[in-house]
Design a protein around this ligand. Sequence first.
Ligand code: ARG
Length: 461
Amino acid sequence: NEGSLWGGRFSDGPSPELQRLSRSTQFDWQLGGYDIRGSRAHARALAAAGYLTDDELVRMLEGLDDIEARWADGRLQPRPEDEDVHGALEAALVDAVGAELGGRLRAGRSRNDQIATLIRLYLRDHGAVIAREVRSLIEALAAQADAHPDAVMPGRTHLQHAQPVLLAHHLLAHAWPLVRDLERLRDWAARSDRSPYGAGALAGSSLGLDPALVAAELGFSGPTENSIDATASRDLVAEFAYIAAQLGVDLSRLAEEIILWNTREFGYVTLHDGYSTGSSIMPQKKNPDIAELARGKAGRLIGDLTGLLSTLKGLPLAYNRDLQEDKEPVFDAVETLEVLLPAFTGMVATLRFDTERMAALAPQGFSLATDVADWLVRQGVPFREAHEISGALVAHCERHGLELHEPSDDECAAIDARLTGDVRTVLTVEGSIASRSGAGGTAPSAVAAQRVHLAERLAAL
Ligand code: ARG
């Protein structure tokens, strides 16, 4: 069992079937850089505890530098018999510095604490990349809001016209969940800021190595508190997958609206040619594929999360080989977001809004009926009655094919004496929107304040 990490008690090497099943280098090879960083820190901890001389440490670090260079440019590749990235890189080190020195590195560590550390390092780096991309998307949404300070649109509930709102207010409504996703990524990073290295297989190290040294060198605030937890838990990986899935869902909800807005029936937006696709048969087609891929990939991201949670459910402590199945889903989630986000942001940044059409649609569907009720309340009518009166006005208009502001004073009086012609002062989209000036509302003044708060929340991240 030449070159393997565990030959001693075996009289036969692993069967080819087992090797094929067990091998993870096809997906964990990308963790090689982190593995080598961990090895460097571990070598220093070994030297600090007297297990390597100064000269041995220097040769070991040189060997690791050499392996890192060859790993980074692709000259070093896993061999078919390598089970995982840890074993492959240890074998490469033995080749580079000899078995006598190379064989000393494994003292006091296990692949179990190694992999638990490496996955945190990987997610920390990619979490930062994803956070930058999410921030760009938020900025693209905010820039579109800033570019359309006065544009109005039908606000909807149940996808039906409800009350008119500012386009900027609606766009910022998509930005806030993304701000919370950014905050989730920040909180995740704080929670993951502990190094499992030194936990060993499960029970900790007996060699007097200082896990704090390794933790500091790898940029963690300290070592984990419990070696069993350190090697057996994957809640932090699942939490990352949740944040990725939530991001996917948040993108997907905006994507669905863009798909609707881009239909002939809505006609709210035109997509930039560079961010839309054609049809191989229908020459006129211009399709919102980025938005559709975002919607589709949300399903995939949810699958990554549920797959991972299903793997974890029912695992006894401590390490079980099942845990190797944590990597592909979370790698997939990371890779999915890293290709999706830049395209999605480009699509949002280049959207063109037909603000005239949106303004023409905004008052339709009796979307100002609440304003009639609110106006009556301001005249002293109890809201229950105001709601009834306003509903009767809607019914009257529906019967006679009128918009809310069109009935005469007499028609209004016939519905209810308290419904005077003065109500027409609030029956404009602009008036309705301006009246919703409470904090968080759609009035231009409130949206301007909201915009400042958004910038502050982003600046604090
Ligand atoms: N490659 C494994 C993983 O990803 C780490 C190896 C631990 N293997 C073991 N037999 N203890 O989880």
